[in-house]
Design a protein around this ligand. Structure first.
Ligand SMILES: O=C(O)CNC(=O)[C@H](CS)NC(=O)CCC(=O)C(=O)O
Length: 282
């Protein structure tokens, strides 16, 4: 039996139109955090590139920091402490082995400010899209990660992924096989591909993994003309929408009961029935 207190969590996803200026985005973040409902076990997830987005080429690299060090990561740790919550910074540029490229790192801070987990984006968005940007070449600036990360978020088993990763179900299957309960998909999904695929992809991942999904997205027109789709989502393990943020900046929250996972998985034991369980990446 799952202890009631441990099973009861609050998930929140923050959505706004990030600018290239970290100070500007931090101010927005602080205001939004101040309006959140209170909960003793609260995970707040920020979109991909929440602190720095839409700058000219090479802009993010200027703000990159060594993993776990530097002033911007310290600001995030301080906010997690101040508001007493688990804070997942969707992605942040951390220094990689290649000095010309950064790693797109998801960083999970605990309510005491400790960096609990980090994940480097595995799938890079080198894609043609029929929008005003046209061609996306994420690998020009970003070094891809090498491993799947299931974080222990105060007892909650949290699968870390970023944006384009959501299109690779084998990754989410690995996280599910490792014991994932909640999948985080912080994103900067484009308006065009978002309108086509966002809800369908996230619902499919929730249904297939039988997990809750929290997916904050960027929204609006950014300084470099890039357009993002909004519609930050929180889903339950049936794929039902618990909250959809629409296209305006703001936040969504949902209370979740992890006992629902047991119920869903007992009724339909997908993990046990799966004939394609693959070799796990350790
Ligand atoms: O490069 C940056 O500045 C920040 N990174 C992003 O915005 C990334 C890579 S360009 N965006 C995505 O992965 C969108 C995926 C997407 O929209 C889809 O899969 O359809």
């Amino acid at each position: 039996m799952v202890n009631r207190m441990v099973a009861d969590w609050q998930l929140s996803a923050l959505q706004w139109c990030s600018t290239p200026d970290p100070a500007d985005n931090l101010a927005r973040l602080r205001t939004l955090l101040g309006t959140l409902p209170q909960h003793s076990q609260h995970l707040v997830v920020l979109p991909e590139c929440a602190l720095i987005f839409g700058g000219p080429e090479g802009w993010q690299q200027r703000f990159s920091e060594p993993l776990g060090q530097g002033p911007l990561q310290a600001e995030l740790a301080a906010l997690a402490r101040q508001f007493q919550l688990y804070l997942l910074l969707g992605s942040f540029p951390t220094q990689s082995a290649d000095p010309s490229r950064f790693a797109a790192s998801s960083l999970l801070f605990a309510p005491d400010g400790r960096l609990l987990a980090d994940y480097q984006k595995l799938h890079l968005f080198d894609v043609e899209v029929a929008d005003r940007t046209g061609s996306y070449r994420e690998s020009d600036s970003t070094q891809a990660g090498e491993k799947v990360v299931l974080a222990d978020c105060g007892g909650l088993k949290l699968g870390l992924s970023i944006c384009y990763d959501v299109r690779f179900p084998a990754m989410m299957q690995q996280l599910a096989a490792l014991g994932m309960q909640v999948l985080a998909v912080p994103s900067a999904f484009t308006r065009v591909t978002g309108a086509a695929h966002w809800h369908a992809l996230l619902k499919a991942r929730a249904i297939e993994t039988q997990c809750f999904v929290v997916a904050p997205n960027q929204t609006g027109v950014h300084a470099n003309g890039r357009e993002t789709y909004g519609h930050s989502l929180i889903l339950d393990p049936y794929g039902r929408v618990l909250a959809d943020a629409g296209t305006e900046p703001g936040l969504i929250s949902a209370r979740i009961d992890l006992k629902l996972l047991t119920e869903v998985r007992q009724a339909m034991p997908l993990q046990q029935h799966n004939r394609f369980n693959c070799e796990l990446i350790p």
